[in-house]
Design a protein around this ligand. Structure first.
Ligand code: ATP
Length: 246
């Protein structure tokens, strides 16, 4: 049990969630390494949501509100860290949720699907019984997608995605939005919108701003998107990384 007074309480709680998920068998071994890499980047951001990250999140919400078939792609780490927050965001913005695992096994997929059911979300896509197709006919497991979800989707939010998958999605012409603490990752560079923030802060932030953006007219949402330049925004994010003593 971690004491709430511990100076690293929030960070240790997240580690505990990853360890628990790993023990329950739905994370690949490399999930802990991916989490550790995220921690290091977050440390350099002082574990705070930056202005460029907020800007990218307004664009994301605008894009998802205007989308025909918005989908949130989830993996083991996202599920371990923010399952309830993902469900709430999906319901608020009217998006589907789809399982996508780098090291996909039927057992892991079943475990994740039943966790979503237990948390009140029965209709998850990408489950073992779902109808799967290959994006652009690429016969590669990283190109597989649910026919009702990512395969036919126009706008996809990919928290913590790997570069190969991000490349396939972005080349398919879909609007691709990532959440990745590493502004230099292939995923960040290939996405149309890159949110350089911790998924545990980003998802609730987007739920919070959705209510307000839903009230705005379409023209304003389109303006928010048109004024955004992901390359410039990533450069601005990168400048905010620093290591210095308090
Ligand atoms: P790429 O192929 O995109 O260059 P990678 O394959 O080397 O990246 P992975 O190990 O697949 O990277 O994915 C982990 C990524 O997710 C890392 O960039 C890491 O910074 C990021 N990450 C880990 N945990 C979080 C988190 N909680 N919130 C946001 N990003 C995170």
């Amino acid at each position: 049990m971690i004491s709430k007074s511990h100076p690293r309480y929030e960070s240790l709680k997240l580690r505990e969630k990853i360890v628990k998920a790993s023990k329950s068998g739905y994370l690949a071994d490399s999930a802990m390494i991916a989490h550790g890499r995220g921690e290091a980047f977050d440390y350099m951001l002082r574990e705070k949501t930056t202005l460029p990250a907020k800007r990218a999140m307004y664009v994301t919400v605008a894009m998802m509100l205007l989308a025909e078939n918005p989908v949130i792609s989830v993996n083991g780490n996202t599920t371990a860290l923010v399952i309830d927050e993902i469900i709430e965001f999906a319901k608020t913005i009217n998006a589907k949720i789809e399982i996508n695992l780098f090291y996909r096994t039927d057992e892991r997929v079943d475990k994740i699907a039943s966790l979503y059911r237990e948390h009140g979300y029965p209709g998850i896509l990408g489950s073992n019984s779902d109808d799967i197709a290959y994006i652009n006919e690429i016969k590669n497991p990283r190109a597989s997608a649910s026919k009702k979800g990512i395969y036919t989707s126009d706008t996809i939010l990919i928290p913590l995605e790997d570069g190969d998958r991000a490349e396939i999605l972005s080349k398919s012409g879909k609007n691709t939005i990532c959440i990745d603490l590493n502004p230099l990752s292939r995923t960040s560079k290939m996405s149309d919108v890159s949110i350089v923030d911790n998924v545990v802060r980003a998802i609730p932030f987007m739920t919070k701003i959705t209510g307000d953006l839903k009230m705005q007219d379409e023209k304003l949402l389109r303006n928010i998107i048109e004024e955004f330049n992901n390359e410039d925004n990533l450069k601005e994010s990168l400048k905010l990384f620093e290591i210095k003593e308090e």
